[in-house]
Design a protein around this ligand. Structure first.
Ligand code: MSP
Length: 658
């Protein structure tokens, strides 16, 4: 395969403030698909992800938990790495901003900016959102709160270093003019342009109010503002800013994939920092939209009052990695927001994966086994329908390439699925089961089987970047387990003659959507409850939140209850039943009356233990003979057999219990 050069792709580095949700996996899944796609095309890919571990928010979280910030992030980062492992994310490097390799090199970037004269000491006063680590002006607030997360902001004042961002406003605008491809989609570029044109002020890039950060060179009283620290990762992970093998090979990045709310940092602050430090600029910043839950961004800090499970680990456990990846890449349009619900996920799995792709595979393989003894036959005949399928399958690779160049993952998958659906329709049109009944149609039948096998083989190549496990499974069933996926093979039609197919498990079992939704709702509610519990300290409130409904008998009317006459009584005599080991015979004094009541409680109490106890008696129960002795009522007990307790009352004997 010809080497097409290098391709450096990055995700944002995630805050390890708590576990990641499906919104975070969205970006990483896109980056992974692009990295795999480029590798398959012959690029030397470097795919970087990591974690952004400094800042006040992390420090506060660690304090809350009573552990050191390092211990806190170590634990969360281990979980994040585990998640990427589960999802088979093919990153080449994982950078943690607490690693010495990052900290030292981030200081070097700072020093270069300082030496350029772009960093100076001043005083910062402003409205600070701790959660977003951002300062805002009065005008930027929405209803007096942080415009990003909606939480309250706090007035802060501190000695701080400033970066002469204002000096770079024109240069950044010029960058957008000369290289519009630097920032996409266009709507984001227009937004950023508007933002800069309103006037860029110098920005505060150090903090003294906490110390969980990278010390500022020559003034360790200050730690670097977390965004200056974080953005540097794209260079430091490669060994920059000093010349090093990887840095020289991969920098500048081909693309920084980021969520829309952090485009501002990547498309203004980052290029300005790099210009100041005298380093080349990345080729592209691409802003994607958000996954929404009930119209709001899926987020870890807002309580998830929905019925939808957003924990990727649970979804993967139930439906598999490929189902989740396919869904994320197919359902959403790059750059736009989209609603997430478990229902759309399940429908995609059933319709696209189980029905379309899964059926095509199982029908094809089982028909080749049935009609051709398991070996892919030669294609000897040819008509317009055969040609149409062939043309469509062969044209697909080019379409996928064009769409992937635009990061239109959903369109790329849609193009592949057009072929899948066409192939299913081809089966219905050709009706091989009818051809099989007529010996004279054998050649035609062979052609159909051959075309289906070839189409599926091409599909297995094209889906590889998006869902490699399913691609492997298809190839296994097609008898191609021995051959590596080659992107060029999607350009060939007749490669399958003589391959031995073998039916395997269903690629995607069909789901009972109603049942799945009910179970997911239960899981989501349980998770909501646990989340709510985390912040509650009051034991009563905790108990109320923890309350789980008892399993009780069907409801009764009050009139039914009112028929029961319950009375308080005292046991004045207790003895064993002469003819039954399990029974005790009591004389119970209930006000004016003394009654004989028999209970089957000899395994829980001795007669002596019962003597003198206050009990509650169902007084109007019809008398009953128990082994020759009459019982006039029933004593109430609580608990299980063998561990019974009497139900007493201090009230006078004979009083009614209502
Ligand atoms: N640490 C910074 C990034 C520094 S990059 C130099 C950060 N971290 S984050 O964990 O809050 O977010 C990381 C990414 O996840 C962002 O690109 C953000 O847009 C993305 N998402 C978080 N919630 C999301 C959705 N609900 N939907 C899609 N993406 C989401 O910001």
């Amino acid at each position: 395969m010809q080497n097409k050069g290098t391709y450096y792709i990055t995700t944002p580095i995630y805050y390890p403030s708590s576990n990641l949700h499906i919104g975070h996996t969205y970006c990483t899944v896109m980056a992974d698909a692009m990295a795999r796609f480029k590798r398959l095309q012959g690029y030397d890919v470097h795919f970087l992800t990591g974690t952004d571990e400094h800042g006040q928010k992390i420090q506060a979280k660690a304090d809350e938990k009573g552990v050191s910030p390092q211990a806190y992030v170590d634990e969360v980062v281990a979980g994040i790495k585990e998640l990427w492992k589960t999802m088979e994310i093919s990153y080449d490097d994982f950078i943690r901003t607490t690693e010495p390799r990052h900290m030292e090199r981030a200081q070097k970037i700072w020093q270069r900016m300082y030496d350029k004269g772009d960093i100076y000491l001043g005083k910062y006063e402003g409205l600070y959102c701790r959660d977003c680590e951002s300062y805002w002006t009065e005008k930027q607030l929405v209803d007096g709160n942080c415009p990003d997360c909606g939480r309250p902001v706090k007035k802060m004042s501190e000695d701080a270093y400033f970066f002469r961002l204002s000096a770079y406003a024109d240069k950044v605008l010029k960058l957008y003019d000369e290289h519009p491809e630097f920032l996409e989609p266009e709507t984001r570029r227009n937004e950023m342009r508007g933002f800069i044109e309103k006037g860029l002020e110098d920005t505060c890039i150090s903090r003294t109010t906490f110390d969980w950060g990278i010390p500022v060179p020559n003034n360790p009283e200050h730690v670097m503002y977390v965004w200056v620290d974080a953005l540097s990762n794209y260079v430091t992970a490669l060994g920059g800013p000093e010349d090093s093998e990887q840095y020289l090979k991969y920098w500048p990045a081909d693309v920084h994939l980021v969520g829309k709310e952090i485009v501002r940092f990547h498309a203004i602050l980052w290029p300005a920092m790099l210009m100041s430090a005298g380093l080349p600029l990345p080729k592209k910043v691409l802003g994607h939209g958000w996954l929404l839950l009930g119209g709001e961004k899926v987020s870890k800090s807002k309580a998830l009052k929905g019925k939808d499970v957003v924990d990727p680990v649970i979804l993967i456990e139930r439906y598999g990695i490929d189902a989740l990846k396919y869904f994320l890449l197919r359902e959403y349009t790059f750059g736009q927001d989209g609603n997430f619900t478990n229902e759309v996920l399940l429908k995609r799995i059933n319709y696209d994966l189980a029905n379309d792709l899964g059926n095509l595979l199982s029908r094809t393989v089982s028909m080749i086994e049935k009609y051709c003894g398991g070996a892919v036959p030669m294609s000897n005949t040819h008509d317009d329908i055969d040609q149409e399928l062939e043309d469509m399958a062969l044209a697909c690779r080019g379409k996928v390439e064009t769409e992937m160049d635009q990061f239109a993952f959903n369109m790329a998958l849609e193009s592949i699925w057009q072929v899948v659906r066409r192939a299913n329709k081809y089966i219905d049109e050709k009706a091989p089961w009818i051809l099989a009944k007529d010996e004279s149609k054998k050649a035609e039948l062979d052609t159909v089987m051959n075309h289906l096998a070839e189409t599926l083989r091409i599909v297995s190549v094209l889906i590889y970047p998006f869902m490699h496990t399913s691609s492997d499974e298809i190839r296994k069933q097609l008898g191609l387990w021995y051959a590596d996926v080659q992107w060029e093979d999607a350009d060939q039609f007749f490669m399958m003659y003589g391959e031995q197919v073998k039916r395997g498990n269903a690629l995607f079992p069909r789901l009972d959507i109603e049942k799945e939704l009910a179970e997911l709702t239960e899981i989501a509610e349980e998770m909501d409850r646990k989340k709510a519990m985390e912040s509650v300290t009051d034991p009563v409130e905790k108990a109320i939140l923890n309350s789980v409904p008892l399993k009780i008998k069907d409801p009764i009317e009050f009139d039914d209850f009112d028929k029961i006459d319950l009375r308080v009584g005292t046991i004045i005599k207790a003895e064993k039943h002469p003819k039954a080991d399990k029974l005790l015979v009591f004389q119970v004094k209930m006000g004016t009356e003394v009654r004989q009541v028999i209970s089957g409680v000899a395994e829980s109490f001795t007669p002596e233990e019962m003597l003198g106890r206050k009990v509650v008696v169902v007084a109007n129960l019809k008398p009953r003979m128990l082994r020759g002795l009459e019982s006039y009522g029933m004593i109430l007990y609580a608990g299980e057999d063998g561990d019974l307790h009497t139900v007493g009352s201090d009230a006078e004997d004979g009083s009614s219990v209502n």
